[in-house]
Design a protein around this ligand. Sequence first.
Ligand code: SAH
Ligand code: SF4
Length: 346
Amino acid sequence: MPEDIKSMYENELKDALAAMGEPSYRAAQIYQWLHSGVKSFDEMTNIPKRLREKLVNKYYISSAAIEKKLISAYDNTKKYLFSFYDGETAESVLMSYHHGYTSCISTQAGCRMGCTFCATGKSGFSRNLTPSEMIAQLQTEQLDNGIRISNIVLMGMGEPLDNFDNVVRFLHLVSSEHGMNIGMRHISLSTCGIVPKIYELADMKFQLTLSVSLHAPNNRIRSRTMPVNRRYDMDQLLKACRYYIQQTNRRISFEYAMIDGVNDSDNDARELASRLKGMLCHVNLIPVNSVGGTGYKKSKKDRMKSFISILEKSGITATVRRTLGSDINASCGQLRRSAAKEEQAE
Ligand code: SAH
Ligand code: SF4
C-alpha cells in the first residue's frame, strides 16, 4: 500500500528523501507542490522525471472528488459531498463572508458520538479522515471556485477530538509556512466535549478558537440529547473549559442549538447563565435544524429573544448565529445521509 505523502510534515519528507539519496531542497519543492493542490506527481514540473517515478511507486496523493454540489440561491453558500480513494464520503460547506471565504470541513466520515439532534450522528461512523483528506477538501473547493480560503472551521461531519492525532497533524500542516499558511487564529475547532482531549489540546496552546457544543443547561437534558455527557458530565466539561481558557487565554464559544420545548425555557437560560458566570466565553444560539426522524423543532423567535436577554442580563454575551445556506440544509450530515438513502433505494 503506497503511503499518504500529503499527510507528511516537511521534515519527515526531508528524511524520506534523504533516505532515497535526494537533496533536502527537493523536499521543500515537493511539499509546496502538494499543498498547492496538485493531483499527480507529473504536475511537479521542477522535479526530475526519475524522481517522480520513484515517488509514484512509494506514495499516493490524496484528493477529494466532488460527488454532489448544492448552491444556495440566497447567499451563494456551497455544500459539497466529497468522495475519497476508497469511496467513503464526507461533506463540506463553503461560505462567503465580507472578510473572505470560510470552509467548514469534515474530520471523520460519520461520527460515533450519536447526538440525537444530529444528522451525522444518526448515519453512524465509517472511518477517520486523514490529515491530507482534510486538506484535500479545502483544495478542491479552492480549485472549483478559483478562490483562496482564509478561514477554516472543523464543524463538518465527525468529532475532531475523536480523531485527535490526525486533526493535530492537519492543524500543523495547514498552518505551515510552505503549506496553505492559514494561521491558527483563522481556525475554529468544534467539539462535543471529549474532556481528556480538551486538556491535551489546551497544553498545546494553539491560538485557535475552541467551540464547545453544549446544547443544554444541565446533565439531565444534556445526557438525553448527547450521549457523550454520560461519560464526561457538565462539571467535568466546564472544568476542562476553564483550564483551556487559562492555558490559551482564548475565549471559548459555546454552541447552543435551541430546541422547542427541550432546552429553551427561561429556567434553562438562568441555569445556563449561572454555570457560565465569570467565564471568558460567548454563547452562540442556533435554531435547531430539524433532521428527519428526530421530532425536534426550532424554538420560537420570542423564546430565543427571551433566552438571550436572560443570558445578557447575567453578563454573558450571546448571539444568534446567522444561518447561511438554509435552503440547501447547509448543516452537515444531511447530504451524505440523503445520498446513502438514494443508494439504498436503487
Ligand atoms: N462533532 C463536533 C463538530 C461537528 S458538529 C461537535 O459536535 O461540536 C458541528 C455543530 O453542529 C455542533 O455544534 C453540533 O452540535 C451542531 N449541530 C449538529 N446537528 C445540529 C442540528 N440539527 N441543528 C443545529 N446544530 C446542529
Ligand atoms: Fe458527532 Fe458533533 Fe453530530 Fe454529535 S453533533 S453526532 S459529536 S458530529
